[in-house]
Design a protein around this ligand. Sequence first.
Ligand code: CO
Length: 509
Amino acid sequence: MVGITETVLRDGHQSLIATRMRTKHMLPALERLDAVGYRTIEAWGGATFDVSLRFLHEDPWERLRTLKRGMPNTPLQMLLRGQNLVGYRHYADDLVEKFVAEAARQGIGVFRVFDALNDPRNMEVALKAVKRTGAVAQGTICYTQSPVHTLEAFVRLGTTLAEMGADELCIKDMAGFLPPTEASQLTKALITNVGLPVVLHTHSSSGMSTLSCLAAADAGATAVDSALSPFAGGTSQPPTETLVGAMRGTPTDPKLDLGALADLAEYFQTVLEHYRPMLNLRSLQTDPGILVHQVPGGMLSNLLSQLQEQDQLARLPEVLQEIPRVRADLGYPPLVTPTSQIVGIQAVVNVLVGERYKQITREVRDYVRGLYGHPPGPLDPELTKKVLAEAKAISGRPADLLEPEFAKAVAEVRALVPSADTAEALSYAIFPLVYKAYRTAKDDGLTPDVLNAVAVGVVGALRTAKPVVALPAVARPAAAGVSPWAHEGRARLQAGRRMVDAARRRDRR
Ligand code: CO
């Protein structure tokens, strides 16, 4: 029997409607979700924390308490970005420890901890903090393809995570291009060599996710992630009902009631109607382009914006050739935020300047100095020499450079909100400006309902606007701090892939 992790309350809506599902739309389903018999329900973390505060003007902690009250029997799972928590920079260890302890106290039972570079040092403090709470620590392997990302390397990482206290391992295929055979091999290799339960998280982007989940299940995976059908497919997970139906009567049968799932799907279909203006058809379409050019998750769309702004769209084919070279120079980082931006922007600079690394971005300098963590493979010696001539590399972990920050955050937030508790202090510590804006809006009576009405109206208006009006939004580069999985980004990405394919076809002719 394989367990199912239901993602409709987190990754499902993060992938398809930019994480905008409100708590009030989750509430009517909680009792039924809790009764299904899911292994876990992923309901918190990732972008939900940021989006709740920033756009929905909801307190993420209040949501967590509400969800746990409504689903007392099923373990709630969250996605934690290692030392980055639910934010976009490295936070000090004391903050990581406080955050994990508070999340566990308020209802998280399983923490999926990952790092964009697969650097275990960026996961260790979080994993150990999870262990202290008694919750389940899931150490994560971000899947990517490169000469240094071999089966042996993934097993080595799994072993290290086990030594750090991970209770189970997650294979995280964020780009959605893990082939079924590799899913099977990797699952088997991890089970055999590390000895921990293995779970698989995929995205349906290239259309292979259902196949890969079945292959992993057959290979002995303990659980796979899926989303109820209204929030499944495309840039989201494979549909729960499809997987359950496909495995029915086999040794991997998750033994979940398809009738109960159908009933829940019907409910979430009505929820989806509320967010219809946000749902882009393209994010639901299968896009196997990534199997060819391997440029994933919002990255291409950012490139297109940058080139468009410089009036250099014609250089795109050169940039696409430069990306794998820059990635190799940097030791083959998996292309997710922030590494996708770091690689992408340097590739654009190299092409537009006309000489490789004549200009080196601040981010590449920091990366080479070790400020993001250990690169997966060796760095290009020339580039390293050039960068380190100006500033030294750090020897330890990036977070070793940080002073404790929790006490300071408490003092600051209490000057703002005298009654602030630990959870609110953590929100402030992670997103000070967003939290301030959230409090101000709340004090001004801007309730979620009012804001929702405004947002739906604005999106609706944009939808019906002439293309010339919508263009500035398309050309806007992704601001720092915006989720890499933002819906708009993905939509632009897919538009971009079609342009690339068209350009390639033109080249061939
Ligand atoms: Co995901």
